[in-house]
Design a protein around this ligand. Structure first.
Ligand code: ZN
Ligand code: ZN
Length: 827
């Protein structure tokens, strides 16, 4: 027996957190002979508090990492902070505190909370993106992209939020055209900005070879990249006797004879030249109207079609026909060439446009099984493929040859060619904000744009700045930052004042974890070869298109520069679900259903909160947080504690085997198998359910003689070993109390014997009204209720019972069941 005490997480949790840290048992050494397992969770933004969502995400994640360690892997499970970004800057503006101070204080608080969770973080590898030791290398990476032609500066329209005074990525603009952060209406504004040439990798980013990702996320990335195959056709205009070509992309070159009008983006450079004097006022007013809209609004297909005739015409180079040129806001200069050939008969948007403005509609494609009809009677465009009709020499071309024949003709005539386009555009990374990594570029009046020499990195972000509502980066008003000397001529020059999008910081942090303290390089090749790629990545599905796409782009670009040896950053990706309020709604202050984890950790301890998070439901589906159910998990851990502390027998135990010990042994093997398979497949809730069942079965026998058998003691040992990934503190304490040496978290994962996971069975003789009618093989531990169900649902037995009512069910456990019917009794 061991000394009985009450389960007190307040004592044991800090004790083990301190001991683990002192002994550094969760540090992943670089020189381990074990196979590596790089286990990564999306690092948090230092908002200052770990909320329920963090606990819901990290608890199962950590349990999985612990499980892998026990299976014999050298698990690297780092944590850090994505520490640049707007909230710190807004706090600085509103409350007059320094963004750095605010951020570092929050990080300190969150470190404490992360420690309280008892997760196996490898703190030696922590990275904080706002520290110069980190952003020095973010800047270095920018320079590599610049050197390789993947970073460039251009004047381009940007989404501009007048509330935040900054540019926004498309993803930060809500579908209703407002700012994701502050709700202001976003406008378009032309400014000089830096972009990364992600489009160069569009084709490769569409491939997901050798990685195991959720299908939905892959689809979202594919749609985001938006590859279209088709043709470029060069329409032309005669302007003052000059032939000006206007290339247009179409996925349907087979409809080229159906072009009845032509549409340019209002910003298209040719609009000015094509517009006639009579149309100029209307065109100018429309251009101004468009300028005030976001791309998102312009692309909204639900929106009423608007547009203006320029008065000009272009010629269709295939049919030779002259068609009127319009401008319309649904055509964007940044997509394709900013021009669209209007084929109203076979494109729904063009159809709506033609109907609205009374433009002709001409059918040139005949879908299989249809007759040609008058488009005036149509209610929508015919978008299906079909045989070319009304198409000059192409008339009669069957659907399977139509596109290729037109493309061949375009190429032969030199008026177009096959082409692939993408919806993806280059990544705008300039932010007119303070709290970010400065872009390491210098502007010299003599030498132009000059990259900061690598040996002058980092370009330090000043600690104290003034915030002025100018819409420009605050760094513009810091003379000591702004003014510098040109690295090429030594003359006076100024620094770039924009900072980088924080998505740059998070596009490479997983590389830095492999070699976090290297002050000579961003990483050593050796460290990268040892740890990368990431074996498993866990994080929210909301990052499907930005972070996860950018990180893939970074890896591919850095591979091509010779810095990396692999193609994909994250081999396996898993998205957790969302933890909701008790009312089943998203937790939010306005609904008043927000639950803070700290209160529960304080009351029940981290192990209970961890297990409860895993018990809510399947990890990828999320579920509601219900305070009452936390209590249930707390009682479970108490029962485990009481069972082990009350029943553990030190010293010699009986090795004798009998039916009871064999049943316990089978239960043990069955539970190992269930928990092992559940954890492998992220089914933490069912793993816990299996452990609860095992615990209950052992409690039933704890006062029986079998409790002093070796089998029973092995079962107790296995129970806490299997529970350890989910509840690391209580199990570590019980492991120590039961006289084990070393940490339970470094012990080998229990093994099971497949043969022992099968139930032992017996032959049940089934009688109907006293006569033997059937024999059934039934597991030994089947309850009488279950036996009754099995017997009565057996088709043979049912045929003897017929429609008679069952009067009695007599069961002699392990031997005979007799079904007595009412009719038999009456006879
Ligand atoms: Zn805003
Ligand atoms: Zn110079």
């Amino acid at each position: 027996m061991i000394t009985r005490t009450k389960y007190d997480p307040k004592v044991i949790e800090p004790k083990w957190q301190t001991r683990w840290e002192e002994e550094q048992i969760y540090h992943a050494p670089d020189d381990s002979p074990k196979p590596k397992f790089y286990h990564l969770v999306m690092f948090p933004y230092p908002s200052g508090d770990l909320h329920m969502g963090h606990w819901y995400n990290y608890s199962p994640f950590d349990a999985y990492g612990r499980f892998m360690r026990r299976l014999g892997y050298n698990v690297m499970q780092p944590i850090g902070f994505d520490a640049f970004g707007l909230p710190a800057e807004n706090a600085a503006i509103k409350r007059g505190i320094q963004a750095r101070d605010w951020t570092l204080a929050n990080i300190e608080r969150m470190r404490k909370q992360l420690r309280m969770m008892g997760a196996q973080w490898d703190w030696q590898r922590e990275v904080v993106t706002c520290q110069p030791e980190y952003y020095k290398w973010t800047q270095w990476l920018f320079l590599q992209f610049y050197k390789h032609g993947l970073a460039y500066r251009t004047r381009a329209p940007a989404n501009w939020c007048p509330g935040c005074n900054t540019t926004l990525a498309n993803e930060q603009v809500l579908p209703n055209g407002t700012c994701e952060r502050c709700g202001s209406t976003v406008i378009r504004k032309e400014i000089e900005q830096w972009l990364l040439r992600i489009t160069r990798y569009a084709e490769e980013l569409l491939r997901f070879d050798g990685i195991e990702w959720p299908e939905k996320t892959i689809t979202m990335q594919r749609n985001w990249i938006g590859r279209s195959e088709g043709a470029e056709i060069r329409f032309f205009a005669e302007i003052n006797g000059e032939r000006v070509e206007i290339p247009v992309f179409t996925t349907r070159p087979d409809t080229v004879y159906g072009v009845t009008f032509f549409v340019l983006a209002p910003e298209h450079p040719l609009v000015e030249r094509l517009t006639t004097a009579a149309q100029r006022p209307a065109v100018e007013a429309y251009v101004e109207h468009t300028r005030r809209m976001t791309e998102i609004e312009r692309l909204n297909t639900e929106k009423e079609k608007t547009g203006v005739f320029t008065g000009g015409y272009v010629t269709n180079p295939v049919s030779g026909e002259r068609v009127p040129v319009w401008i319309a806001d649904y055509v964007l200069l940044s997509y394709g060439s900013g021009a669209v050939m209007g084929v109203p008969a076979h494109d729904q948007r063009d159809f709506e446009f033609a109907r609205k403005f009374g433009l002709p509609i001409r059918q040139v494609i005949l879908p299989p099984g249809e007759e040609e009809s008058d488009p005036a009677t149509w209610s929508e465009a015919k978008v299906a493929y079909g045989t070319m009709i009304n198409s000059g020499p192409f008339t009669g071309t069957p659907p399977d040859q139509a596109i290729s024949r037109v493309i061949r003709y375009l190429e032969e005539q030199g008026i177009g060619q096959a082409k692939v386009t993408y919806r993806l555009r280059d990544w705008l990374i300039s932010r007119q904000r303070y709290w970010g990594a400065p872009i390491p570029i210098i502007y010299c009046p003599k030498d132009g744009t000059v990259p900061v020499p690598e040996d002058q990195l980092p370009v330090y972000l000043p600690e104290h700045v003034q915030f002025k509502p100018t819409g420009e980066s605050p760094l513009r008003y810091e003379p000591e930052f702004l003014n510098t000397t040109c690295p090429q001529c030594g003359g006076p020059a100024t620094r770039e004042v924009d900072t980088m999008d924080t998505f740059i910081c998070s596009s490479w942090y997983f590389l830095r974890y492999a070699d976090p303290h290297n002050d000579r390089q961003a990483w050593s090749e050796e460290a990268i070869r040892r740890w990368l790629p990431v074996d498993q990545y866990v994080g929210g599905a909301e990052h499907a298109t930005m972070h996860l796409l950018y990180a893939r782009f970074f890896v591919k670009a850095l591979r091509d520069m010779g810095y990396l040896h692999f193609d994909e950053p994250f081999l396996r990706l898993y998205h957790q679900g969302m933890v909701l309020g008790a009312d089943g709604q998203k937790m939010s202050k306005s609904r008043g259903n927000v639950e803070a984890p700290d209160k529960y950790v304080e009351k029940y301890g981290a192990d209970t909160v961890r297990c409860y998070m895993m018990f809510i439901g399947p990890f990828d589906q999320g579920g509601s947080f219900k305070a009452d159910n936390v209590e249930g998990v707390w009682r479970f851990l108490n029962r485990v504690w009481n069972l082990v502390t009350e029943s553990w027998v030190s010293g010699t135990v009986s090795e004798e085997e009998n039916e009871t010990t064999r049943t316990i042994e089978r239960l043990r093997h069955k539970t190992i198998k269930r928990v092992t398979e559940d954890l492998r497949n992220f089914r933490f809730n069912t793993a816990l359910a299996a452990l609860m069942e095992m615990n209950n079965a052992l409690i039933k026998q704890q006062h029986e003689p079998v409790a002093r058998s070796a089998a029973y003691r092995r079962a107790l040992e296995t129970l806490i070993q299997l529970l350890a990934p989910m509840a690391p503190h209580i199990t570590e304490e019980l492991w120590e109390m039961t006289g084990h040496q070393g940490s339970i978290h470094l012990s080998d994962w229990p093994q099971y014997d497949e043969a022992l996971t099968q139930d032992e069975t017996f032959t049940l003789v089934v009688q109907v009204n006293g006569r033997v009618r059937e024999r059934l093989e039934i597991p030994v531990e089947t309850s009488e209720e279950e036996v009754r169900r099995l017997v009565l649902s057996n088709p043979r037995v049912a045929s003897y019972v017929g429609d008679a009512a069952v009067e009695k069910f007599i069961y002699v456990p392990g031997r005979v069941a007799n079904v007595v019917t009412r009719r038999a009794q009456a006879q």
